[in-house]
Design a protein around this ligand. Structure first.
Ligand code: PEP
Ligand code: MG
Length: 557
């Protein structure tokens, strides 16, 4: 019997090519029905209690096996299942004649509501509660728990999407690639895959039809998966994958293209751990130091001394290299209690980034003073930039303040369409600009970057985004000032080539992405990058832009 090949598409994350067997993650359980109990409150409570305890035990057990951060995450989830107030709530519901599964569902939902209304970090934990509730309900019903299937042999995981409790536990020796039917390029799953260098296809709706044991080939660069790939296709894919591995290993040293054109390859850092990773990945410096990550838990503004110590610890790791410090980007996805206005209806469009800092100029002055003090005592070449700039006036005000406080290189992030369109005026005021493609994409397509239901729009290959980047590239060329990219787009090797073709002078990314981007850039001349950029710019949508570039690559290279 001949089995025919079939190709399904989605959004690729990373560049890897993997062939393997499918293992499906069980779909989320349906909401338990409102049917009345037939066994009485005591028996229902006993079922619920046993399932809560078993779930907490199971989570702790998995945590102990995983260790590290995964163990912390899973222990926190176990505490939710153990919570005595939750059990009281379940009891009050079964006493009203409701089944154990429905009572557990309702009690967790009301717990989640309380967390959501507390805002900030607590609100983000509300999503984890749904996952714990599902595990408890699966125990009660005696069905397989949602989660990554256990296996001793490698497989390709196919799921709707992954919950945080699942991603914390992924064993990358066993799970070789990920395919999700939901989600987009900035979903939690895609970010994890990118960080770990795991090939993934997200938002592949037609992958619903895949079943355990199907053999598929995942080609992340193409955003394609081939069901029942032929032997010839598998051979070709393996050869391609091997060629990429060799070129990655051979690409070392500073970033440059095939014709010698230099491109500074920098790292995005936030935590001390990411600084270690940046140094290990031979970053040429830091293109985005997300300072707000250091203070996410702080209730009050950190003192100059506290900040100075934190910044100095990062600067000392990059002697003689550039470190671009971003002043606090508070608001929307990164609320800081001491800077963020509560209760805005649309925080992503509210007082975030530089707008919040101008509203609290004392905090901005303190931060710039701390950066300047730390810079003076270090050997790093310290630059500073402001997030969420939308006008030349804001730029002038920020740059003026930086210069006044002794920071000589001050720039603006281009994250709004207005600052991209007016890049010439922004660059007349700033010493440099850096494009935050995550926000620039969200604001260009008017789709919240945190919202799964519109995640398919969050694609920096969108020619609308690329045309805005072209404006910035032109302004950089005209003024001779540096223009970089520090959003996730820079971590996509093929898109990185396009960005250079659009006139970018540096790229900054998660440290894990540096080797692949370095290798990919070394395969093209600047002229070729410009031609590829033209193809992407004239495409009708993001998928066509990516395909136009990858087709051109497969013909010419
Ligand atoms: C961006 O928006 O692309 C960016 C780099 O900033 P952040 O992701 O921290 O908002
Ligand atoms: Mg941003």
């Amino acid at each position: 019997m001949t089995v025919t090949e079939r190709t399904l598409t989605g959004t690729g994350v990373g560049r890897g090519i993997v062939v393997g067997d499918v293992r499906r993650m069980p779909d989320p359980l349906p909401e338990p029905a409102h049917t009345p109990s037939t066994i009485g409150p005591d028996a229902e409570l006993a079922r619920a209690h046993a399932a809560l305890q078993a779930t907490a035990h199971d989570l702790r057990d998995r945590g102990a096996r995983a260790g590290g951060i995964a163990q912390e995450v899973l222990n926190a989830l176990a505490l939710m299942a153990d919570d005595p107030m939750l059990l009281d709530d379940v009891k009050s519901r079964v006493d009203r004649g409701i089944t154990a599964e429905r009572s557990v569902f309702e009690a967790f939902a009301s717990f989640a509501q309380v967390l959501e209304s507390s805002g900030g970090y607590m609100a983000e934990r509300a999503g984890d509660l749904g996952d714990v509730a599902n595990r408890v309900i699966a125990h009660i019903l005696g069905v397989s728990a949602p989660g990554v299937p256990e296996s001793d042999t490698p497989f390709i995981l196919v799921a709707r999407d992954l919950a945080p409790a699942d991603t914390a536990l992924l064993d990358f020796d066993i799970v070789r690639a990920l395919v999700t039917t939901d989600g987009g390029p900035t979903s939690h799953t895609a970010i994890l895959a990118r960080e770990k260098g795991l090939p993934a296809i997200v938002g592949a709706k037609d992958a619903e039809v895949l079943v355990d044991g199907d053999v598929i080939l995942v080609d992340a660069a193409e955003g394609q998966l081939v069901v029942n790939p032929s032997a010839a296709r598998i051979d070709a894919a393996r050869a391609e994958s091997e060629a990429r591995r060799v070129s990655r290993e051979n690409a070392s040293g500073p970033g440059q293209m095939a014709d010698g054109h230099k491109v500074a390859l920098l790292a995005n850092v936030g935590s001390p751990k990411s600084v270690d990773a940046a140094v290990a990945a031979l970053a040429e410096g830091v293109g985005l130091f997300r300072t707000e990550f250091l203070f996410l838990d702080a209730e009050t503004a950190p003192t100059i001394e506290t900040q100075q110590a934190e910044y100095a610890a990062v600067f000392e790791r990059f002697p003689g290299q550039k470190v671009v410090v971003r002043v606090l980007d508070a608001g929307a996805d990164k609320p800081l209690p001491f800077l963020t206005d509560q209760g805005e209806a649309n925080p992503a469009l509210g007082r975030r980034g530089i707008r919040a800092l101008f509203a609290h100029e004392d905090i901005l002055r303190d931060q710039l003073t701390a950066i300047a003090n730390a810079a003076r005592k270090s050997k790093a070449d310290v630059w500073v930039m402001a997030p969420m700039i939308s006008t030349a006036d804001e730029t002038a005000e920020f740059v003026g303040l930086c210069h006044e406080l002794g920071l000589t290189k001050a720039g603006a992030m281009v994250e709004t369409p207005s600052s991209a369109i007016l890049a010439d005026h922004i660059l007349a005021e700033a010493d440099f600009v850096s494009i935050g493609t995550n926000d620039l994409t969200q604001y260009t397509v008017a789709a919240d970057r945190l919202l799964g239901t519109v995640a398919n729009l969050q694609d920096p290959w969108n020619p609308a985004v690329l045309r805005l980047i072209r404006e910035v590239g032109k302004a950089g060329h005209a003024t001779g000032k540096p223009v970089g990219v520090c959003g996730e787009a820079a971590a996509d090797p093929m898109l990185a080539v396009v960005l250079i073709g659009l006139g970018m002078t540096s790229l900054s990314m998660s440290p894990i992405a540096l080797a692949d981007v370095r290798a990919e850039l070394s395969r093209f001349t600047l002229g070729e990058a410009r031609e590829l950029a033209e193809r992407a710019l004239s495409a009708r949508n993001a998928v066509d832009a990516k395909r136009a570039v990858s087709t051109a690559l497969s013909i010419t290279h």
